[in-house]
Design a protein around this ligand. Structure first.
Ligand code: ATP
Ligand code: MN
Length: 478
């Protein structure tokens, strides 16, 4: 059998010595023709493999280069080197794959994140991305554990949809129609009857509407899948393809919804702290180094670990949209005309406003509720005042909006009225209205952007660095 190997992480976490093991991995460094730092991706800590003089011939030694892959058998012995309890004294070493040192792009030195983005197929082999993607994995696992333990049903909502209820401009079209000699109607518009689905179709921007259908039978469901937005926003927090978690719950009002979202975020942070401590500590130090490059007034007050612990130990601030506007209007920042966008009741909060509230005013995550109905979606529940809806956005330090949610409008007449006002095609959405026709109940839900959550836990400032292969405007490599 080939793969009877021990993982580096398991080997390093045990103090047992004297036995023989086989390890496999990639060479990070090779010093003095004697000490190999071997990494297999299970941890950032390399295993020190000692090659004693005479074990290998000159030609083989030359092939132990950074990036080469090895199979090593040897004895586990106590280590004299600092930072590790054990090392492996090789008795046999096989080179599985050579790596030309002159061509291998990853040298044992610091590379910029921008450069590593260009070689995203190799960046997993760096400490930073090793940590980031192990944490991403843990968080994904924790998402399922959280909802499973609560009895939610994981619902797979479709990736291809024909609904264009969510804001048409931002969707990627899915079609098999030819670009040339495209079938057309008499009035010149494209004849989608000839298309694969017999109608126009897109990649989903959200699984919410279908999620609601599930919640109306299972009570509590969640989705966790890719979503697509053709928005041309080149920011550090927007991707064209990102993953979203969307729980949808019957018998929940807006307050239940906020409580669940807050509990969920805390749970994810706690899970990562319990299971990825080493990786978070590594990223904490990385961030501290990165912050040193910035001018004093732009540095964050808390380190990564401190920030995560702070969020665990403090309730999120809860305010209404109207209160948020008042705080902004009374802020020194506003009075000194430092906001680029105007502030008045009715505006959509811009990212500079959200950041001010979270980072300068409250210095903790903030949940904003009661947004003006005109800047929010048709399905959000109208409040008694007739002007605002039961929406909630959670804003996080360094990230901005991390969750968007609402109590849904369960009253058929209200919903139909809103849809008419907002020019939503009511006939096409008849299936959705059925949930309000047959046993409607108060219900609510939210969407958590998975990458923004990973950004929060890893402290990575650019969203392109927390997804394996980022899709952004003019960029679809790998
Ligand atoms: P934003 O104002 O930041 O563009 P949004 O209001 O469009 O967000 P929603 O439609 O409410 O966001 O989506 C729910 C969540 O999905 C957001 O709170 C955010 O965490 C995440 N999200 C939205 N758009 C993107 C994107 N382009 N890339 C990554 N995550 C996103
Ligand atoms: Mn958006």
């Amino acid at each position: 059998m080939f793969n009877k190997r021990v993982k580096v992480k398991d080997l390093l976490s045990s103090a047992e010595t004297g036995h023989e093991v086989t390890v496999m991995g990639w060479v990070r460094t090779f010093r003095n023709n004697q000490f190999i730092a071997l990494n297999d991706g299970s941890t950032n800590n390399n295993l020190q493999v000692v090659v004693e003089l005479g074990l290998l011939n000159e030609a083989t030694l030359k092939r132990i280069t950074t990036g080469a892959s090895l199979k090593v058998t040897g004895q586990v012995v106590p280590s004299l080197g600092k930072g590790q309890k054990v090392e492996v004294k090789a008795t046999a070493l096989e080179i599985l794959g050579d790596s030309d040192a002159d061509k291998y792009p990853l040298q044992p030195k610091k590379h910029s994140l921008e450069f590593l983005r260009e070689i995203a197929h190799l960046r997993f082999r760096t400490n930073t991305f090793g940590s980031v993607f192990r944490i991403r994995h843990s968080l994904a696992f924790a998402v399922h554990k959280f909802f499973n333990d609560k009895g939610f049903v994981y619902l797979h909502t479709p990736i291809i949809t024909s609904s264009d209820a969510e804001g048409a401009g931002e969707m990627f079209r899915v079609t098999t129609l030819p670009f040339e000699d495209t079938p057309r109607n008499e009035d010149g518009t494209v004849n989608f009857k000839e298309d694969f689905f017999g109608k126009s179709a897109n990649l989903t921007v959200s699984g919410q509407l279908e999620g609601e259908l599930g919640a109306m039978a299972f009570s509590e469901i969640y989705t966790f899948g890719p979503t697509f937005r053709a928005e041309n926003s080149n920011t550090t927090r927007h991707l064209a393809e990102f993953w979203m978690i969307e729980p949808e719950m019957a018998f929940y009002d807006i307050e239940d919804n906020m409580n669940l979202a807050e509990e969920f975020i805390r749970y994810l942070i706690q899970y990562a702290l319990d299971n990825n401590r080493e990786d978070i500590e590594f990223l904490d130090q990385r961030l501290t180094e990165e912050e040193k490059q910035k001018p004093q007034n732009e540095r964050s007050e808390l380190g990564l670990l401190q920030k995560l612990e702070f969020v665990l130990n403090n309730n999120f601030e809860r305010i209404t949209y109207t209160q948020a506007i008042d705080i902004l209007l009374e802020s020194p920042h506003y009075k000194k005309k430092k906001f680029k966008y105007d502030v008045k009741w009715g505006i959509d909060l811009q990212s500079e406003h959200e950041r001010y509230l979270v980072e300068k005013h409250f210095k903790k995550p903030v949940i904003v509720t009661g947004y003006p109905k005109d800047i929010k979606s048709f399905y959000m529940r109208l409040n008694e005042d007739g002007k605002t809806v039961a929406a909630m956005d959670i804003l996080a330090p360094g990230i901005g909006e991390i969750v968007g949610g609402s109590q849904r409008e369960e009253r058929l007449e209200n919903l139909e009225k809103r849809m008419a006002e907002m020019h939503i095609p009511v006939e096409e959405m008849s299936y959705y209205l059925d949930t309000r026709r047959f046993g409607t109940v108060p219900h609510a839900g939210f969407g958590l952007g998975f990458e923004r959550m990973v950004q929060f836990v890893t402290g990575m400032t650019n969203i392109r660095d927390v997804i394996p292969f980022a899709r952004t405007p003019k960029n679809c490599e790998f």
